[in-house]
Ligand binder design. Structure first.
Ligand code: SF4
Length: 343
């Protein structure tokens, strides 16, 4: 049984004296910067997210400067981070806070949670870091620690299981120092109570850990069942002149919404679809990329230059090759542009 008071004391003491994990936004009190860092970190590791955080904060030092930015400028700063819905929601929220809330970031858990793109974890992080509100963060790191502390095989992927972890996290939270506590438990998960080989001999809460006491740390948390990947086959046709390439801005509800790509035909196999037969295309590159639930098979073809573009491709817009980098393309398309020396 975890004794909350002593558990808190040990964890906070470690945080104040021995926690060496550094991040540019650590200790930050400005809600805008905390929110921004949490949005970036939703599906990105700290090492990769740091340069993006610095670039966005330098260009847009406050929420209203971000709200007033052009979409394309922000998307091109975001380029490479993936999961572009985050960027869209970030812009929506910046504009909402700047216009509807007159630039005043909401300061209650519920109002933070109601912002677009903000879930329970992000709302708890912002509420505790910026406003010292007693809300426990629960992410993969926290779930792993709690599962080990209680030697519990409660499944965190069911709604009942999620609630159990949420309740335990809330019970353990330091009400007096929720900001430090949340940072400490996240850092403990990232540096000490790691998924493989937890360093229990230097863990500040080992005296409270049932998994450690039984020597069965590796059994916790219970493993997630493997998801079946959906395979998608994307055939891209690169229409170009000497100075321009032609691209489509994607607007459908799918990956890469609002980003540019070369003309795309999706099919159900690696074989080019029949409507490409008459185009006389030359295949220039293939690659694959795994996203969370899908595996994309890319095939890139070049359209012979000098030919008129068929009118059916009227949604194509011309982009000067020298300004490709100021347009938002998915990372995998940029890999192709680098390969064929457009970047
Ligand atoms: Fe994790 Fe080991 Fe600490 Fe338990 S004792 S919380 S398993 S690092």
């Amino acid at each position: 049984m975890v004794k909350n008071q002593q558990f808190n004391k040990n964890l906070l003491h470690w945080h104040r004296t021995d926690n060496k994990r550094s991040m540019p936004w650590k200790g930050e009190k400005e809600p805008y910067k905390i929110w921004l860092s949490e949005i970036i970190l939703q599906q990105t590791r700290v090492e990769q997210g740091t340069q993006y955080f610095n670039a966005i904060v330098t260009k847009y030092p406050n929420i209203c400067s971000l709200a007033e930015a052009q979409d394309d400028d922000v998307f091109s700063l975001w380029q490479g981070l993936g999961y572009y819905n985050r960027c869209r929601n970030m812009l929506y929220t910046a504009r909402f806070v700047c216009t509807e809330l007159k630039g005043q970031f909401p300061d209650t858990f519920e109002s933070i949670l109601s912002l677009k793109g903000v879930g329970e974890y992000t709302a708890a992080a912002i509420a505790s870091f910026a406003f010292k509100l007693p809300r426990a963060v629960v992410d993969g790191n926290v779930i792993r620690i709690i599962s080990r502390l209680y030697a519990s095989d409660t499944n965190p992927y069911t709604s009942l299981g999620k609630r159990w972890y949420q309740e335990k996290a809330q019970e353990l939270l330091s009400i007096s120092y929720p900001d430090e506590y949340n940072q400490a438990i996240m850092d403990l998960g990232a540096t000490v109570c790691t998924p493989a080989n937890p360093q229990c001999d230097r863990c500040p809460v080992s005296a409270h850990c049932e998994a450690y006491a039984s020597g069965h740390q590796q059994l916790y948390p219970p493993k997630k069942k493997k998801v079946t990947l959906k395979h998608r086959f994307f055939h891209f046709v690169l229409f170009e002149t000497t100075k321009e390439i032609y691209a489509v801005k994607r607007t459908q509800k799918d990956i890469w919404n609002n980003l540019y790509t070369p003309y795309l035909i999706e099919s159900d196999s690696d074989v080019p679809p029949p409507e490409m037969d008459h185009l006389g295309l030359q295949q220039i590159h293939t690659m694959q990329q795994s996203l969370s639930h899908q595996r994309i098979h890319f095939h890139f073809y070049r359209h012979p230059s000098g030919k008129l573009l068929p009118h059916t491709y009227e949604q194509l817009v011309a982009i000067p090759k020298k300004s490709i980098s100021s347009h938002a393309f998915p990372r995998s398309i940029l890999v192709l542009f680098k390969k064929i020396a457009y970047l």
